[in-house]
Structures are given as structure tokens and as C-alpha cells.
Design a protein around this ligand. Structure first.
Ligand SMILES: [Zn+2]
Length: 157
């Protein structure tokens, strides 16, 4: 999960829209109240979180007529203000974060916490994000197996 919050950093008063790795519990404390779409939302895709944050930076700049930056990173559950970054750096960070996420073997979306993952069987080690992805994979396999068996029997006859 990735969360977007607006912060007025202590002690220099820097306005930063922060994208933090982790859910709401992993954002820096004392975030400003939600004003723009996407604040306090938990994103599965870091790229989506960063694009949302960039839009908030632009809107907040317009509304406040003051310096606003983007910041990305991980607090690891502590208080750790992110240093202001360029949009290009934030996007590169998001791309890298996206690539390092484990994905569902069915739909390719990021997998949830390990205890919420689904398995189609006990042997192939493939993990799915939800029951429907796991079921679909099982059905596909059963179909392939049936096709294979049909071919086997027709070539044997
Ligand atoms: Zn899936």
C-alpha cells in the first residue's frame, strides 16, 4: 500500500505532498486535513499514488501561492519527513517500487499481505490476489487438461 498525505514539515514549514510506502499507519504524523482528491487513500499501485500526489502539488500550489514539493519514501512506521524531490525522481521511485512488488499470477495486480493471498493448489507456489483469480486459474488448468486428454485419446485411436 501507498498513501498520499499533505505535510507542513517541522521546523522549516516546507509544504510537501508525501507518498509513503505502507498504509495510513506509515504516514508521517500531523498530516494536514484532506482537501484534495486522493489524500489519505491507500493505493496498491505506487505509480498511481505518485500521479495523484503530483496533481495535489499542482492544485495546492495554485491555491496557496506558496512553495509546494513532492516527497517520496518510507517512514518504516517512525517520524521521518521526506526531503523534497522532483516529479521525475518521484516517478522513477514509483516505477522501481512497482517493479519490486509481488504480483498476482492471475491478473498481475500487486498481491495483498501474505495471509490474505489465495492459492489454487499446494504445489506450484503461485499466489493470487483473490478467490476469483485463483478459481479462474484452476478452471483454465482444468480446461487445458481436458484438451490435452482429448488430443491424447484421438491420437491413440
Ligand atoms: Zn488477481
Amino acid at each position: 500500500m501507498f498513501t498520499v498525505t499533505r505535510q507542513r514539515q517541522f521546523p522549516d514549514g516546507e509544504n510537501v505532498v508525501e507518498v509513503s510506502a505502507g498504509g495510513l499507519d506509515y504516514t508521517n504524523p500531523d498530516a494536514l486535513g484532506a482537501k484534495y482528491a486522493g489524500e489519505f487513500e491507500e493505493f496498491a499501485d505506487p505509480r498511481e499514488a505518485v500521479e495523484t500526489a503530483i496533481q495535489i502539488v499542482r492544485d495546492w500550489r495554485k491555491d496557496s501561492r506558496s512553495r509546494v514539493s513532492i516527497g517520496v519514501g518510507s517512514t518504516l512506521g517512525m517520524t521521518l519527513p521526506f526531503s523534497p524531490d522532483t516529479f521525475a525522481h518521484a516517478r522513477a521511485w514509483a516505477k522501481q517500487a512497482w517493479e519490486s512488488l509481488e504480483k498476482c499470477a492471475g491478473c498481475g495486480k500487486p498481491l495483498p499481505d501474505s495471509r490474505k493471498r489465495w492459492h489454487e493448489n499446494d504445489w506450484d507456489g503461485l499466489e493470487y490476489c483473490c478467490e476469483s483469480c485463483a478459481t479462474r486459474a484452476a478452471e483454465f488448468e482444468a480446461e487445458e487438461q481436458a484438451k490435452f486428454e482429448a488430443e491424447e485419446s484421438s491420437s491413440n485411436s
